[in-house]
Design a binder for this molecule. Structure first.
Ligand SMILES: [Zn+2]
Length: 268
């Protein structure tokens, strides 16, 4: 998607971005120019996320519009969280935004139907004025399970590239050494650490809020010193993450928030 221009061709606004709520929650948004709309409006739905329709004669861009309507956006974001959980777990769901908060990456997703028999995906960098890059999935996109597979492959690729770097950075910050980092799809836990110092991180960590992804990494690093969950383990972990107890509880809840398409059993 390119930056849209108004009919006069003078005004151009970003067509996507991330709105940061006052509690730190990040809400990706997309914006389009309405064909008949005279006033800028916004809708926040579970299936499409936060979509802003720019009015024809509005000179205010989507960012200023969201800022002016901050209270509404934040209230909607809270309301949406509960509903989102239901949708994420729906096997038919095709996301329009990928939110990899754990590695700080966000993508808009476009599904483009072509005559090709094979689904392909590629990242289109954000155009000038745009904030989010686009993951373009093309081919027989009516085939939802094929789309899910493409989404899964892309998620795995990003996780394998980024999570080991985050582990390495945290290990060196705390003077800890592990022998190897593996990234695997795990469904019931976020990571593990073997007695030989092999740390395995779940691909799914990319879906965690950034501070929880960091917590998982610190938790596994702490196992390099203490293989159990003893008092000493927690005391050591606390030196790396003072909020470890709260983060642990939060991580347990987040296991239920992994999108259904991450699981290969959906429709494959
Ligand atoms: Zn543990």
């Amino acid at each position: 998607m390119a930056t849209r221009k108004s009919r006069s061709g003078i005004l151009s606004f970003p067509t996507s971005g991330v709105f940061v709520c006052s509690d730190g929650t990040q809400v990706p948004w997309t914006a389009k120019r309405g064909d008949s709309a005279t006033k800028t409006s916004a809708r926040y739905t579970v299936s499409k996320g936060l979509v802003i329709t720019l009015g024809h004669f509005d000179i205010m861009g989507p960012e200023a519009f969201l800022e002016m309507n901050r209270e509404w956006v934040e209230k909607s974001a809270r309301k949406m969280e509960a509903q989102h959980q239901v949708v994420l777990l729906s096997e038919k769901y095709l996301p329009v935004v990928l939110q990899f908060s754990g590695i700080g990456e966000y993508y808009q997703v476009e599904y483009v139907k072509t005559q090709s028999e094979r689904i392909t995906s590629k990242v289109v960098p954000a155009a000038a004025g745009e904030v989010l890059p686009t993951l373009r999935i093309s081919g027989p996109v009516d085939d939802k399970s094929a789309c899910h597979r493409a989404l899964r492959n892309f998620t795995t690729k990003r996780a394998k590239e980024r999570l080991p770097l985050q582990l390495a950075a945290n290990a060196s910050a705390h003077g800890l050494r592990y022998s190897e980092c593996k990234v695997r799809s795990l469904t019931s836990r976020w990571g593990s650490c073997s007695s030989k110092g092999v740390i395995t991180l779940a691909t799914q960590c990319v879906f965690l809020p950034a501070e929880l992804c960091r917590y998982v990494i610190c938790h596994e690093l702490a196992h390099l010193h203490h293989m159990d969950h003893s008092k000493d383990f927690h005391a050591f972990l606390k030196t790396m993450d003072p909020q470890e107890a709260a983060h642990q509880r939060e991580c347990n809840k987040q296991l239920a928030l992994i999108p259904a398409w991450m699981s290969a059993s959906t429709g494959d």
